[in-house]
Ligand binder design. Structure first.
Ligand code: GLY
Length: 357
């Protein structure tokens, strides 16, 4: 039986309107209501923690000086990428199953309708900047693996060890405790069978993790970045949605921008960021468009596994400076950091899943 129910809570408020899956609910109050007001510049990131807010402040220095959205999103993304404490993006990101950190990133410039990305790149702390080089210094969109690293080095980037002791510790714990059917871990004759074959009883720090940085500048131009260390413990060489234009990121200078975090496989198959921008193009607010994408993905799985709960979070921004975010809500309320002319704030989007409904 499908126990899933959706609701659309007006973003920023806690009460929601419960509706059956598949129905098109009425929206409650909040940012989902179009105000007609234009606020620019605006920059958002799916990271709602202090690093996300620091990233917004850094990027704002560019936007406040009438700089470009493109420069701002790169500067903001770099702050998150080089944070060694963040195990989901750039330096310090969790590795693949073999303990190798492989990063994905993309960038899109609405002003020029240009895009660039790198996938499964190793040894570079700021893959978003390499994606920008692909966009601006080649006639291509995507470079992959060792060739992407060589490309970065040709511009003077140094190859560095991206594995922090924190990430290594989490990976080693995973390697020793994710299965009772291998020989990783302590010797059985020293600790006993139970301890030698113990599997983790709680979730690891991150399985998915990514950041999106989207901005509209004072000129009305829009740009975006998505950057990630991808799914932790992934099969080596696995590429997620983040470097795929239309999946993890999309920008249309006439409309807005959208980015995705969560299970990249869902986002790739549903072309979710492109879908969100097209929903905004058709008149939906960023909040509505993010919610539409959650419903769209649920609908894709409806006949396959109606109990599947996709863990995606979507963020979006339009040309007027309106923004929104939504997810299925299995971990509470989705949040993101926002910087407007009024300052930096944490925005609460909408959760669309009622696990007990
Ligand atoms: N959304 C990040 C990934 O799946 O790699």
């Amino acid at each position: 039986m499908n126990r899933r129910k959706f609701f659309r809570s007006g973003a920023g408020i806690s009460a929601g309107l419960f509706v059956a899956a598949g129905a098109r609910p009425k929206l409650s109050a909040g940012r989902s209501i179009r105000t007609g007001a234009t606020t620019r510049p605006v920059i958002i990131t799916s990271h709602s923690n202090s690093t996300g807010q620091d990233a917004m402040r850094k990027a704002w220095e560019i936007l406040a000086a009438d700089g470009s959205a493109l420069d701002a999103v790169e500067k903001g993304a770099n702050v998150i990428e080089v944070d060694p404490e963040d195990t989901s993006v750039g330096y310090g990101g969790l590795p693949n199953e073999q303990g190798v950190v492989q990063l994905d990133a993309s960038i899109m410039d609405g002003r020029t309708y240009n895009a660039g990305s790198v996938a499964s790149i190793e040894g570079i702390k700021t893959p978003a900047s390499i994606a920008r080089l692909v966009m601006e210094r080649t006639d291509h969109v995507m470079l992959v693996g060792p060739a992407a690293l060589d490309f970065a080095k040709s511009f003077g980037y140094k190859e560095e060890d991206l594995m922090t002791e924190k990430a290594r510790g989490i990976w080693l714990r995973w390697r020793e405790q994710h299965s009772d059917k291998d020989d990783w871990g302590p010797a059985e004759h020293l600790v006993g069978r139970e301890e030698a074959t113990r599997v983790m009883d709680g979730p690891m720090d991150f399985h998915y993790g990514t950041t999106n940085v989207l901005a509209v500048d004072s000129n009305g131009d829009i740009a975006g970045i998505t950057t990630t260390s991808g799914l932790s413990w992934k099969v080596p060489g696995r590429i997620g949605d983040s470097p795929i234009i239309g999946a993890g990121l999309y920008v249309d200078n006439k409309v807005g921008a959208a980015g995705a975090t969560g299970r990249g496989e869902d986002v790739i198959k549903s072309c979710a960021s492109y879908f969100i921008v097209m929903q905004m193009r058709a008149g939906r607010t960023p909040q509505e468009a993010c919610e539409d994408a959650i419903e769209m993905i649920i609908d894709k799985y409806a006949d396959v596994n109606p109990d599947f709960v996709p863990p995606e979070k979507f963020v979006a921004l339009n040309k007027d400076g309106e923004y929104g975010c939504a997810w299925m809500g299995i971990r509470g309320t989705p949040r993101m950091s926002v910087h407007t002319p009024e300052g930096v704030a944490v925005f609460e989007g909408s959760s669309m899943y009622d696990p007990v409904g």
